[in-house]
Design a protein around this ligand. Structure first.
Ligand SMILES: CC(C)(COP(=O)(O)OP(=O)(O)OC[C@H]1O[C@@H](n2cnc3c(N)ncnc32)[C@H](O)[C@@H]1OP(=O)(O)O)[C@@H](O)C(=O)NCCC(=O)NCCS
Length: 153
C-alpha cells in the first residue's frame, strides 16, 4: 500500500499526465478503450468533462503525486463512474481507495459502471466498493467488447 490518497479538483497541469495515462497500450487494452490523440483528448476534456456542469471529476493524488483521475457523469443509462490510474501506480490499492473516497463526493444513487468483461482488476475494485453485477452488454464498433454493467444501488 502507498502513502495517503487525496482527491482534489482537476488542474490544467494534470491534463498532460492524464493524456499519457490513456495513451498507454496495455492500459487501453484493459479498459477496451481507443486512446485519443492530443486534439481529441483536449476536445473531450474541454467539452465533456471540465465543460460539463453535470460531470464531477477529481484528480487522484498518491503521496502528493498525480496518480490518475476519477469521475462521474450522467447519461441515458443513469449516473456513471469511471477512473484511470497511471501504470506505475497500479497494484497499490489506489483505485480502490480513490473510488471509496469518491463515493462520498458523488452521493447520487444508483451509480453505474461499464467495465470490459476481461478487466478483472477493475471489476474487483468495483466489487470491493459495493458494486454488484447487473448485466452483460455487447458493444459493437471500433472497440467491440463485452462489458459488465455493474451498479451501486
Ligand atoms: C483497473 C485499475 C483502475 C486498477 O487500479 P489499481 O490502483 O491497480 O487497483 P487496486 O490496487 O485498488 O485494486 C486492484 C484489485 O484487482 C486485483 N487484480 C489486479 N490484477 C488482477 C487480475 N489480472 N485479475 C484479477 N484481479 C486482479 C488486485 O489484486 C486488487 O484486488 P485485491 O485488493 O482484492 O487484491 C488500473 O489498472 C487502471 O487504471 N487501468 C487502466 C484503465 C482502466 O481499466 N480503468 C477502468 C475502466 S472501467
Amino acid at each position: 500500500m502507498t502513502a495517503d490518497i487525496q482527491l482534489r479538483p482537476v488542474e490544467s497541469a494534470d491534463l498532460p499526465i492524464f493524456y499519457e495515462h490513456q495513451r498507454d497500450a496495455e492500459a487501453a487494452r484493459m479498459a477496451a478503450f481507443v486512446s485519443r490523440d492530443r486534439a481529441a483528448f483536449d476536445a473531450h476534456w474541454a467539452t465533456n468533462v471540465l465543460g460539463n456542469p453535470a460531470a464531477v471529476t477529481r484528480t487522484i493524488l498518491a503521496g502528493g503525486q498525480v496518480a490518475g483521475h476519477i469521475g462521474s457523469w450522467p447519461d441515458e443509462g443513469g449516473r456513471q463512474i469511471g477512473y484511470w490510474i497511471g501504470k506505475t501506480y497500479w497494484g497499490q490499492g489506489i483505485a480502490t481507495r480513490a473510488l471509496a473516497e469518491f463515493l462520498h463526493v458523488v452521493t447520487e444513487r444508483p451509480l453505474y459502471a461499464h467495465v470490459a468483461a476481461h478487466n478483472s482488476a477493475s471489476i474487483r475494485v468495483l466489487e470491493k466498493c459495493g458494486f454488484r453485477f447487473e448485466r452483460e452488454e455487447s458493444v459493437e464498433g471500433e472497440h467491440a467488447v463485452v462489458e459488465h454493467v455493474v451498479v451501486l444501488p
